[in-house]
Design a binder for this molecule. Structure first.
Ligand code: ADP
Length: 259
């Protein structure tokens, strides 16, 4: 795989194992893929195969034992690219208002300026949280909390968004609505995003491309570009197409053929 200026992210032959008293657990072997700016990739695979480990490597929390990760053509360690990480639980602090939760990352990174504060207010307004700026997290619905968590991530202007099962703590109805809602926000902001999920319909409704991983140690079993012939390509519209069902069944068979 050649380095390419258009590629915002490049992974080449990644290998990672956890080491502990009992020995080693190989989590990932030979993972290579690249992403273009603005692309939305979903990563699916059997539970425990190594999906979260892969995100931890891309975020720099873990270091690969073999292989390389490049962001905007630079090795991860030398890269100044901002990476945003959104997890299953929204991690909002009850003792802070929604606004003060949203600016927490800015505070920690010493980036709190008139300009970034204005950006926080603007994003809260755009995404329907203006009247909740002074509310506490417990006063918001699950979906609104997840929006607030996304705004907190977006205000740091990440170039790459990593989403690790961000909707799985929500009940089914809410998760459907919030997943679609957050997916649209990410598209509107033209963010490059990687979503790890065990919910295949979530992956098919949101992504441009789905990467299917094998059981642990994970390697790439298949990469599936998703093409929908829609005038308005939204997650909800996708769910009503025949392609949706076909992609869902294809991915389901790929994963379950392995188990
Ligand atoms: P997934 O996100 O696909 O469910 P993970 O990336 O969380 O999978 O984990 C991959 C494998 O690595 C699992 O078998 C898990 O038990 C193992 N694992 C994860 N974290 C650790 C750790 N800190 N120490 C040892 N093994 C781990």
């Amino acid at each position: 795989m050649e380095s390419n200026a258009e590629q915002i992210l490049e992974l080449k032959s990644i290998y990672y194992a956890y080491h502990n008293m009992e020995g080693e657990t190989v989590a990932l072997t030979d993972i290579s893929f690249a992403m273009k700016e603005g692309e939305f990739v979903a990563i699916v695979g059997p539970s425990g195969c190594g999906k979260s480990t892969l995100l931890s490597l891309i975020s720099g929390l873990l270091e690969p034992e073999k292989g390389l990760i490049k962001i905007n053509g630079k090795y991860l360690k030398e890269s100044t690219t901002n990476i945003g990480y959104m997890l299953q639980h929204d991690q909002l602090f009850e003792w802070r208002t929604i606004y003060h939760n949203v600016i927490l990352g800015l505070e920690i990174q010493h980036m709190l300026t008139t300009k970034t504060k204005a950006k926080a207010h603007e994003l809260l307004d755009t995404y329907g949280l203006k009247q909740f700026e002074n509310a506490r997290p417990s006063e918001l619905s699950g979906g609104m909390r997840q929006r607030a968590a996304l705004v907190r991530t977006l205000v740091l202007e990440p170039d790459i968004l990593l989403l690790d099962e961000p909707f799985s703590a929500l009940d089914y109805q809410t998760r459907l609505r919030v997943g679609d809602d957050i997916g649209q926000i990410i598209k509107k902001e033209h963010k490059t995003a990687i979503l790890v999920t065990h919910d295949l319909s979530e992956a098919v409704s949101l992504a441009d491309r789905v990467i299917i991983l094998t059981p642990r140690p994970a390697s790439i079993q298949q990469t599936l570009p998703l093409i929908f012939h829609l005038e308005e390509d939204t997650p909800l519209n996708r769910r009503n197409t025949p392609e949706f069902k076909n992609y869902f069944n294809l991915i389901w068979k790929e994963i379950n053929g392995n188990e």
